[in-house]
Design a binder for this molecule. Structure first.
Ligand code: NCD
Length: 320
């Protein structure tokens, strides 16, 4: 049986951000994910690929989609999965992150999938752990597997990643998804326009620091952002990361940047709609948009499993 895995060199030991993958590494992982998706649909099973390996989900922040899809991905590959949440672990007794990592290593875990509210935490873990580390979201910084699943979903819908225009709309400032998916798209040649209220956009200088061959710009006008866009990606207002009142009210944000199916069909009739979830229903998206014909939101969740299978098989399988 031919496996979907190709032993590409894309994701060496760890996957901490998309920047270090570059376009070539991204395309390799997307191709592996696509092969897993096709093989899964054809009824193939992959339980021998990571049999005997252990993947530990170490989530210091809330998560539904990411944690569960890593779990499903690891199980489909035959790995054992351990889920650790701060409540109920020695983390509540003051055990440091490095101690936790040493313990997990001694217990024989092969990969740590970590989500943490501090940017950089996965890099610290990678310095103290001999196995593989996957960043499942660190503070405001990065969320590489979300970027990969977004890119896979866009490529499926559009047939390509270059020569397209993607509008990313909402709380850009606090979004690791905006940063990682934006960078991933730019590296693959897409043009990205970031859009939100002025207080939720980074200082314009950040645009010139972004890598890739696509062009990056930002605007406060939703109409300008979605004009000619092939994809509109809406983002959640990250109230838990805001220290002050950066928007006058949610109602005002919804009036300027919220989308319902009618407004979407009116200002961006040709565009696909995406959102990483969880959606604040009635704030950035009305419930009718989530299931509208333009929506790829369910596809993003479906693709998340195959992208995470690709990442885990490359990192752990590639090493074994
Ligand atoms: C995102 C995250 O946690 O960064 N969600 C996710 O991974 N599906 C986006 C968010 O929390 O708004």
């Amino acid at each position: 049986m031919q496996t979907a895995r190709s032993h590409c060199a894309a994701a060496s030991q760890h996957l901490l951000d998309v920047d270090s993958l570059g376009a070539e590494g991204i395309f390799q992982l997307l191709d592996v994910a696509e092969r897993y998706k096709k093989a899964d649909a054809a009824g193939e099973r992959f339980v021998n690929e990571l049999a005997g390996s252990t993947v530990t989900n170490l989530f210091y922040e809330a998560s539904t989609r990411t944690r569960i899809s890593f779990q499903i991905a690891a199980r489909k590959l035959g790995a054992d999965v351990v889920n650790i949440a701060p409540a109920g672990s020695s983390i509540t007794k003051g055990e440091s992150l490095v101690d936790t990592v040493r313990t997990l290593e001694a217990l024989g875990t092969d990969a740590i999938v970590i989500r943490h509210s501090e940017a950089g935490a996965p890099y610290l873990v990678a310095r103290h752990f001999r196995g593989s580390v996957v960043n499942a979201g660190d503070g405001l910084h990065a969320h590489p597997t979300q970027a990969l699943l977004d890119l896979l979903t866009v490529r499926e819908a559009m047939g390509r990643l270059d020569d397209i225009r993607v509008a990313i709309v909402g709380d850009i400032l606090h979004s690791r998804v905006a940063r990682s998916t934006g960078i991933g798209l730019l590296l693959c040649g897409a043009d990205v326009i970031f859009c939100g209220p002025r207080t939720l956009l980074p200082m314009a200088g950040w645009l010139s620091l972004l890598p890739g061959s696509g062009s990056a710009s930002q605007t406060t006008s939703l109409e300008d952002a979605v004009d000619g866009a092939n994809v509109v990606m809406s983002l959640r207002i990250q109230r838990e990361r805001m220290s002050g009142g950066l928007i006058p009210s949610l109602k005002e944000f919804t009036a300027s940047y919220g989308l319902d199916a009618t407004r979407l069909a009116d200002i961006a009739p040709q565009a696909w709609l995406m959102h990483p979830g969880p959606v604040n229903e009635g704030v950035e998206l009305a419930p009718d948009t989530i299931v509208s014909e333009q929506s790829l939101i369910a596809r993003q969740v479906e693709n998340s499993v195959y992208v995470r299978m690709a990442v885990l098989s490359e990192l752990i399988g590639g090493r074994n």
